[in-house]
Write a protein that binds this ligand. Structure first.
Ligand code: C5P
Length: 405
C-alpha cells in the first residue's frame, strides 16, 4: 500500500437487513486504502452493532447527532468537512426520502446537508417500497442533484419474494466509489482501451482452442486506470470475473472478434494496453456440426491458420500501444524484439509458466532506448498501478496539461 493517505469515505448505514452487507463494504474500502468513518442510523443499529463497524474501520462509529463536541471533533461539521465521498449503503426508503427532502434531524441528514463531497446511494428495500412513486421520485431528485445510484439488484428479498430491492454487489458499490474518488486523478480526461483474458477459437459448435489466461491482469489494469480518472473500454475474452463498475465492458470470444472491438474502440483512445492472451492460430474450417467419433475412425486432423496480430496491426493517430510478452525462455531479448516489431511504447515481459492464472507476477518493463526495469514479484493489482505510472509520461501532452500552454 502506498504512503499517500487514502481518501476519507463516510459510510452511512441505514436501517434494513442489508446493513450486514455494509460490513463487507467497509472492510473492502479499508483494505483498498480508504479511511472509513461509519455513521449508523437508529434503524441500522437494530440490525448490526456499531462494534462491527468500529472493528472493521479501526475508528469510532458515529450514531448521535447530538454527541458533545470535542476540540478536534465538531460532530457533523468535522465529518462533513473531511469527507471525500458520502456513501449511503444500504439506503433505506426512509433514508432516501430524508436525503431528497433535506431533513437534518439525524446525523446522516445533517452530514449530507453539510458536505460538498459527492453522494453515492445503494438502495435496498422490498420491491413495492422501491417501486413506490415516492421512492422513485426521491431517487430522481438525488440523481438530478448529481448523486450516483448503485443498484438495487433483482433477486430474493428479505420477505422471501423475488423482486427489485437487493443491495447491489459489494464490488459494484466499492467500484463506483473508487471511480468517483479518482475522477480528478492523473488519467482524468484520458481514454484507455484494455484487453483481457484469452480468446477461444472454435473447432465445432461446442469445442474450442483456448488458453489458461484468467483475465486478472487486464481487469486490474482497467480498474486502476478507472481509479485514476480514465474512461476505460475493456475488451475481454471469456472470464469468470464480474464486470467492474464504471467501465465499458465488451465481451468477445475469438481473436477476430477482439480485433473488431479493438479497432472500433481505438480511434478516440489515448492508449491501448493489450493484456489479452490472443490465440496465434485458429482452426481453418470450424465444423458446423459437432465432431463425431465413429467406431474405427482415425483422429481428425485439424488445420490451423494464423490469426492477425491485433497489437501490431492496429493504429490510430497518437495512440500509445502497450503490450505484454509472456515468455518461457530468453525473456528480455524476446520481449525487446516484440517491442520493436509491434511498434510499442512499452512492453511488460513476464515468465509465462509462473504467471498465467496466478495472482502474483514478476515482470520486466521494457521501453525503447531505456534499460530494462526488473520488478519484484507483486500482486497483479500492484503491477497495474506501476504500469500506469510508466504509461503516464508517454501519453501525448495536451493543451491545458499544466506548463505554459
Ligand atoms: O507475439 P506475442 O503473442 O508474444 O505478443 C504478445 C502481445 O501481443 C500481447 O500484448 C498480446 O495481447 C498481443 N497479441 C495480439 N494479437 C495476437 C497475438 C498477440 O495483439 N494475435
Amino acid at each position: 500500500m502506498s504512503a499517500v493517505p487514502g481518501p476519507n469515505v463516510i459510510l452511512a448505514v441505514s436501517g434494513g437487513i442489508a446493513a450486514y452487507k455494509a460490513a463487507e463494504v467497509a472492510s473492502r474500502l479499508v483494505q483498498q486504502g480508504a479511511t472509513v468513518d461509519a455513521i449508523m442510523t437508529a434503524g441500522a443499529q437494530e440490525f448490526v452493532r456499531p462494534l462491527t463497524f468500529s472493528a472493521l474501520t479501526g475508528r469510532a462509529v458515529h450514531t448521535d447527532a447530538f454527541a458533545p463536541w470535542t476540540e478536534r471533533n465538531r460532530g457533523h461539521i468535522t465529518l462533513a468537512r473531511e469527507a471525500d465521498l458520502l456513501l449511503v449503503a444500504p439506503a433505506s426508503a426512509s433514508a432516501l426520502a430524508r436525503l431528497a427532502v433535506g431533513l437534518a434531524d439525524d446525523l446522516l441528514g445533517a452530514v449530507a446537508l453539510s458536505t460538498v463531497a459527492p453522494l453515492v446511494v445503494a438502495p435496498a428495500m422490498e420491491h413495492a417500497m422501491f417501486h413506490h412513486p415516492a421512492t422513485q421520485e426521491h431517487l430522481e431528485t438525488l440523481r438530478r442533484r448529481g448523486a450516483s445510484v448503485v443498484g438495487p439488484e433483482r433477486g430474493r428479498l428479505a420477505s422471501g419474494a423475488v423482486g427489485d430491492g437487493r443491495l447491489a454487489a459489494v464490488e459494484a458499490i466499492v467500484g463506483t466509489c473508487w471511480a468517483i474518488l479518482g475522477r480528478a486523478g492523473a488519467l482524468a480526461g484520458r481514454r484507455i482501451v484494455v484487453t483481457a483474458g484469452g480468446t477461444r477459437e472454435p473447432l465445432d459448435p461446442v469445442r474450442f482452442l483456448g488458453n489458461r489466461s484468467s483475465g486478472t491482469m487486464g481487469f486490474a489494469l482497467s480498474t486502476s486506470a478507472r481509479d485514476r480518472g480514465a474512461a476505460v473500454h475493456l475488451v475481454t475474452g471469456p472470464t469468470s470475473l464480474p464486470s467492474p463498475a464504471g467501465i465499458t465492458v465488451e465481451r468477445v470470444e475469438t481473436a477476430l472478434e477482439m480485433r473488431s472491438a479493438v479497432e472500433a474502440a481505438v480511434p478516440t483512445a489515448d492508449a491501448l494496453i493489450m493484456a489479452a492472451a490472443v490465440a496465434d492460430f485458429r482452426p481453418a474450417t470450424p465444423s458446423a456440426q459437432k465432431l463425431k467419433k465413429g467406431p474405427g475412425d482415425t483422429a481428425p486432423e485439424i488445420q490451423l491458420i494464423r490469426n492477425p496480430d491485433i497489437l501490431a496491426s492496429v493504429s490510430a493517430p497518437g495512440l500509445v500501444k502497450v503490450g505484454f510478452a509472456a515468455e518461457t525462455e530468453n525473456l528480455v531479448p524476446n520481449a525487446s524484439a516484440k517491442l520493436a516489431a509491434k511498434g510499442l511504447a512499452m512492453i511488460v515481459a513476464n515468465d509465462a509458466a509462473s504467471t498465467v492464472g496466478s495472482a502474483e507476477i514478476s515482470a520486466v518493463i521494457l521501453q525503447p532506448n531505456t534499460p530494462p526495469r526488473q520488478l519484484p514479484s507483486m500482486p497483479k493489482s500492484e503491477l497495474a498501478g506501476l504500469i500506469l505510472d510508466h504509461l503516464l509520461p508517454l501519453l501525448p501532452r495536451r493543451t491545458g496539461d499544466g506548463g505554459d500552454e
